[in-house]
Design a protein around this ligand. Structure first.
Ligand code: T4K
Length: 392
């Protein structure tokens, strides 16, 4: 464990970790079970196009989260794109800028303009109080994002959507296995989408899903993700290829069997971080509501430079030198990335909270590849850096 400022790698010390610690290191479930499933898939020679593993995966997810339909997809972005299209969104759609770029791109890809809305100061999800002023005659929908698994104000968003006759979609890429007011994420709004990307605590290598209770919408999404085929040689709708492979579904089924273990590890890691960061002034761990189901998959710090006296970016550099690859999720905000920065050069004027938050947040490693001792070391580095900042 590092003791003084001179032990830090940026001051010439040895890096704390010989192997790189990443944010988003995949959790791997029982290898034997996974390989058995993979062998079976190879023996059957049925690799994709709605095979039995995908069907079982969809059934199990729908049952677990209590929705009528789960439609598995090849990734979360495709799930978003298809849900957006199936919901008939056009013109303008209101979304937070504080999200991963996929939320905005899934719209713009279909020539729909994302209209960036600011965030709630406490939860950091889209601020319902700011939405009404952004609605125009071209607005057709709202996409709320459950950033880091912290759930949007679903009641307020539902009411606005109802009042203005807008469709409501949730980007729940981070919120698989989370709940809100006792109800599992998946059943809110017209539909919710998940990402099962390798970097998510629950992964199918690449993968995603749309969850909905709307039969008609589900049928349309099923058509769209398979080129619009309704039976052989019969195409009845425009479509694309959004299908999940059997191997991905096998990974998903194996991951489901370890889901409780993954969450338990994430929770323990979160508690270790909470304890270790407690005494570092100006460093706040973003918290989760322990009365709800949560996946605890993101360890996010908010750095108040006025108190720490050292910037978020400098702390990220210091950690990188120690082989801890902290990430600035989500910097600099979608509105500051292309093509949106060029399309809407003044968007930031309406996003003061987003503009502030993107400079303060950093994500740290968690998941099954790290534990108490690594967390103690990471926090020790931060503690020393903040305490002796004048020397760095
Ligand atoms: N909506 C939201 C709110 C999202 O956050 C995302 C995705 C989506 C929609 C779209 O879902 P997908 O279409 O991706 O299913 C990563 C992920 O690629 C992305 O899925 C995720 N959000 C986003 C938050 O993080 P990058 O560009 O940061 O990935 P990259 O390659 O820098 O890797 C992140 C970290 O994970 C690195 O530290 C390395 C580590 N890693 C990564 C992979 C792939 C591993 O250790 N092993 C691996 O196999 O986007």
């Amino acid at each position: 464990m590092k003791k003084t400022i001179d032990d830090l790698a940026v001051r010439g010390g040895e890096p704390a970790f010989s192997e790189i610690l990443h944010v988003g290191r995949p959790n791997i479930a029982d290898r034997k079970r996974l390989l058995e499933r993979m062998n079976d898939i190879l023996d059957r020679r049925w690799l994709t196009n709605g095979g039995i593993y995908v069907q079982e995966f969809e059934r199990k997810i729908a049952h677990m989260i209590g929705v009528k339909h789960c439609i598995a997809m090849c990734n979360g972005t495709m799930a978003l794109e298809i849900a957006i299209r199936a919901l008939g969104l056009t013109g303008e759609v209101i979304i937070p800028s504080f999200t991963f770029i996929a939320t905005a791109h899934a719209l713009q890809w279909q020539e729909i303009a994302p209209v960036f809305c600011d965030i709630d100061p406490e939860i950091f999800t889209i601020d319902p109080d700011k939405i009404e002023q952004m609605i125009t005659p071209k607005t057709t929908g709202i996409i709320g994002v459950h950033v880091w698994g912290r759930v949007c104000d679903t009641d307020a968003l539902t009411n606005i959507a109802k009042d203005y006759n807008l469709r409501l979609l949730f980007d729940a890429a981070h919120a698989f296995a989370c709940s809100h007011k006792g109800q599992m994420i998946g059943g809110f709004g017209d539909a919710e989408i998940f990402s099962f990307h390798a970097t998510k605590f629950f992964n199918t290598f690449e993968g995603g899903a749309v969850a909905t209770n709307n039969d008609e919408l589900a049928a349309k999404i099923r058509l769209m993700k398979n080129f619009g085929f309704s039976g052989k040689d019969n195409v009845i709708h425009i479509g694309t290829n959004g299908k999940m492979t059997e191997i991905s579904a096998a990974m998903g089924l194996s991951s489901l069997e370890s889901l409780d273990e993954f969450i338990a590890v994430n929770y323990q890691n979160y508690k270790h971080y909470q304890r270790e960061l407690n005494d570092i002034p100006g460093v706040t761990l973003v918290s989760y509501d322990e009365n709800e189901a949560s996946n605890y998959q993101y360890i996010v710090l908010v750095i108040d430079e006025n108190v720490t006296g050292i910037s978020r970016d400098r702390l990220v550099d210091i950690l990188h030198a120690e082989n801890v690859i902290a990430r600035r999720y989500f910097y600099p905000g979608c509105h500051q990335m292309e093509p949106y920065r060029s399309y809407f050069p003044h968007a930031g004027l309406l996003l003061p909270r987003t503009e502030q938050l993107v400079k303060k947040v950093m994500s740290l490693p968690t998941g099954t590849t790290i534990g108490e001792s690594e967390i103690a070391e990471i926090c020790c580095i931060l503690r020393i850096a903040v305490a002796d900042r004048s020397k760095i």
